[in-house]
Design a protein around this ligand. Structure first.
Ligand code: TYD
Length: 400
């Protein structure tokens, strides 16, 4: 294979997690057949981008996409804060256009609509785009790409702001995608993107964030190289704690010096992520977590106690399938209505609403969305008060 960003054929292996089903491929019945694909991660020494080696048709991956961003208070708050800040910093008015790529149910754009600003969302999931449209958010139910960039460049004056949260990791034809953003952006406009940061994934051993839907794992160097190819300059970077550690990056058509945080992160990358050696012990550390987690679950079961999973997340799928722990869990709970009643990929555990946790009071709940640990444990304080315990698997297996 060649690097999907720079085209180099000189790719180095980072980790192999074995054959896996699609992490968001929830099943309608426990015996529905499912395909599996190798899940291998490779590093490009030319542009520093980390990516999966297998190419899977995105239509297969996103056809049944169930995630509603509005299901998390943390995400809603973070989006509302970002919108308030962007309106203020960019001096946006009723004449401005804000575009969001992967606008989901309108969780972010609704804040601009409230402020009277014109918006346009793109989301390939028809079902979720319909929810946004019914809430008054203009949405195109398709993948954003270069052609859509051209189309809306001609239909409008161009975008003042383009948001792309947690989508750049998922788009295989990333050059076409960034080209589309560049075309659509006004000369003085800004693209604000959020994406999980490879440094956090490696340093915190978040191997479960690797799945086929998640094609790219960005460093700053890889983002700068990619954007530059399409006439965009990275001008400001912030390091966020969400989703296990993310970058928020501001890019525009003119160049200004990076802010101090951005500079420090970038300098740090020259000692770490741009070198293949940085990834050397990642596989071993993932194996250690697998070993510790399996040993703990086996011990709990041998004491006659029961365990369920909390959150039918994609990372939960990688974790359960890689560690081979489906056999220790009775079921999974998740607050996404469209996931309830379905079965987890590979492990075939039934998904119930979170209320079942209080009804059944299992001894342990394995947290499969540790990125929302505080929010979930806060919600489930009654379960904990009544003796329930959470197992948090990443970055180190622990019981709380
Ligand atoms: P997500 O963060 O998107 O992780 P991934 O990218 O690995 O799929 O998924 C989080 C899941 O957790 C989602 O299915 C909703 C669920 N969830 C709850 O069940 N309860 C909650 O309070 C929160 C915040 C999330």
């Amino acid at each position: 294979m060649i690097c999907r960003s720079c085209g180099s054929a000189n790719l180095k292996s980072v980790i192999s997690l074995g054959n896996m089903p699609l992490a968001n491929g929830l099943l309608k019945s426990p015996d529905e057949p499912e395909e599996t694909y190798p899940l291998d991660l490779v590093f490009c020494p030319e542009c520093s981008l980390v990516q999966i080696s297998e190419s899977i048709d995105p239509k297969k991956i996103f056809k049944d996409y169930k995630y509603h961003s509005s299901g998390s208070q943390t995400m809603l708050k973070s989006s509302a804060d970002l919108v308030e800040r962007t309106i203020r910093e960019r001096g946006l008015s009723k004449d401005s256009l804000v575009v969001e790529i992967a606008s989901n149910d309108g969780y972010l754009l609704k804040n601009y609509v409230k402020a009277g600003i014109t918006v346009l969302g793109f989301d390939p999931c028809h079902e979720i785009a319909e929810v946004a449209i019914s809430n008054g958010i203009r949405t195109v139910d398709d993948y954003f790409n270069g052609s859509w960039g051209y189309t809306y460049k001609h239909l409008t004056n161009g975008a003042d702001v383009i948001h792309a949260n947690n989508v750049m990791a998922h788009v295989p034809d990333i050059n076409d995608f960034v080209e589309g953003m560049s075309i659509l952006l006004k000369p003085g406009g800004v693209a604000i993107i959020e994406t999980p940061y490879i440094r956090d994934m490696i340093d915190r051993c978040e191997f479960d964030t690797i799945y086929h839907e998640h094609v790219f794992y960005y460093s700053i160097v890889s983002l700068i190289t990619l954007f530059r190819r399409h006439g965009l300059h990275v001008n400001h970077i912030e390091h966020l704690d969400i989703h296990g550690g993310s970058l928020r990056v501001w890019a525009g058509k003119s160049h200004t010096a990076l802010n101090e945080v951005g500079r420090d992160l970038l300098v740090d990358e020259f000692y770490t992520t741009i070198h293949g050696d940085y990834y050397k012990d990642f596989g071993k550390r993932a194996e250690n977590i697998k070993h510790d987690l399996t040993a703990l679950l086996r011990r709990i079961k041998s004491q006659g106690k029961n365990i369920v999973g909390y959150a039918a997340s994609a990372k939960g799928s990688t974790l359960m399938n890689y560690c081979g722990i489906g056999q220790y869990l009775d079921y999974v709970v998740d607050n996404t209505p469209s996931k309830q009643g379905l079965y987890t990929p590979g492990t075939h555990l039934k998904i119930y609403p979170p209320e079942k946790l209080l009804e059944d009071r299992p001894d342990y709940a394995l947290l499969l969305a540790w990125n929302f640990a505080d929010e979930i444990m806060d919600k489930e304080h009654e379960y904990v008060k009544r003796g329930g315990k959470f197992i948090i698997p990443i970055p180190k297996v622990r019981v709380v």
